[in-house]
Design a protein around this ligand. Structure first.
Ligand SMILES: Nc1ncnc2c1ncn2[C@@H]1O[C@H](COP(=O)(O)OP(=O)(O)OP(=O)(O)O)[C@@H](O)[C@H]1O
Length: 340
């Protein structure tokens, strides 16, 4: 078989590409938009290796992920699969070992310390599982929400006393939107866990970040309160267009978003997409479908239960069919096809 790597262009009509065609292919490749160019989060073959006492742990092993602006999505995965590591990197609190990660065009590997601080204050907002980590105990709810605006001193809020008033007004608006306006003048110790998390979402949104990241935000709450917190994320996504990424073990949360991405062994392995479907009687229901993630080099992680069911390990046979690719256990791929 002749290939483009033979370094020769074929004669016209031979089926091989001409030099002109090869040049066209090279320039098309060069002009192709970069991976994730239109996404607000783009992780490309992200690697994070931790070394402790001479032992290396590969927490992320070439993870690919893109998130579109305005998405509300969930990240799920077994304990130790790398979810928190990814979130720490996206939050600007940790630096990847290799690969590429960008949030709203900011390169997370190349930032200086000062840029990183600005990034954490302006580009991302976070909500942690531990309610106490999200709020300062000696400030009221409204003061907690106004604080990030004061730290960036964003000109949008005017100058001097006018600025302070504008920041207080925005804080009050956010608390109202999240249904905790009545808690405005209380300190965190005077709020329930659910109220604290809703105030924490308002804090995360204070500087109108490009992305809100939440790590197990319902982890310390009972299921009813957890549902209210999820509803609060939905509200800010719908009303303010906020892009929200939620790491969760909570199946209720994972089942309510349009897209759930599963991480396995430091890589994105599968995605569940949900959409509203209407049947012939006008009844609406949620349709969900699971997809394996295909990475840029053509790798697919097959679900573990598929591998176990067919005893697949090490090697599999693959075949290209007109409309799909077949994958066979090694021993089955070796058997001659009786039809041939
Ligand atoms: N600072 C660290 N030093 C050494 N190893 C670490 C560090 N942080 C995470 N790891 C390891 O990296 C792997 C991924 O951890 P990570 O916390 O990202 O998983 P996770 O999916 O968030 O788990 P969980 O759901 O339990 O929070 C684990 O093997 C963990 O032990």
């Amino acid at each position: 078989m002749s290939t483009a790597t033979d370094g020769q262009a074929g004669a016209p009509g031979s089926g091989d590409p001409t030099l002109e065609e090869l040049r066209g292919r090279v320039s098309a490749e060069r002009d192709r938009p970069a991976y994730g160019h239109d996404a607000v989060i783009a992780c490309d073959r992200l690697v994070r290796i931790f070394s402790t006492d001479g032992v290396e742990v590969q927490a992320l092993q070439g993870l690919d992920l893109t998130v579109a602006r305005g998405e509300l999505m969930a990240l799920v995965g077994a304990s130790g699969s790398g979810k928190s590591t990814l979130l720490q990197i996206l939050a600007g609190l940790d630096v990847p070992t290799a690969g590429r990660a960008a949030v709203d065009g900011r390169d997370l590997l190349g930032m200086s310390g000062k840029e990183r601080l600005g990034y954490r204050r302006e580009v991302v907002g976070f909500v942690w599982q531990q309610t106490a980590r999200n709020l300062l105990p000696f400030l009221t709810a409204r003061q907690n929400v106004a604080l990030p605006m004061q730290l960036t001193g964003s000109g949008e809020h005017g100058r001097g006393r006018g600025r302070k008033r504008a920041q207080g007004a925005r804080a009050a608006e956010l608390l109202d939107l999240l249904g905790v306006g009545y808690c405005m003048d209380r300190r965190p110790g005077q709020l329930s866990g659910g109220e604290q998390q809703r105030v924490a979402i308002a804090v995360a949104l204070a500087n109108q970040p490009s992305v809100v990241l939440a790590d197990e935000p319902t982890g310390e709450l009972d299921s009813e309160t957890g549902a209210q917190i999820f509803e609060a994320f939905r509200t800010v996504n719908r009303e303010l267009g906020a892009t929200v990424v939620i790491v969760t073990h909570d199946l209720m949360v994972a089942g309510e978003v349009r897209r759930t991405v599963a991480i396995r062994d430091g890589r994105t392995s599968s995605e569940v997409l949900r959409r509203l479907a209407t049947d012939e009687h006008g009844e609406e229901s949620v349709e969900e479908r699971e997809y394996a993630v295909l990475d840029r080099t053509g790798r697919v992680q097959l679900p573990r239960q598929f591998l176990e069911a067919l005893g697949m390990e090490h090697r599999v046979g693959v075949s290209l069919e007109p409309d799909h690719v077949g994958v066979w256990p090694e021993h089955a791929a070796e058997q001659p096809d009786p039809a041939e």
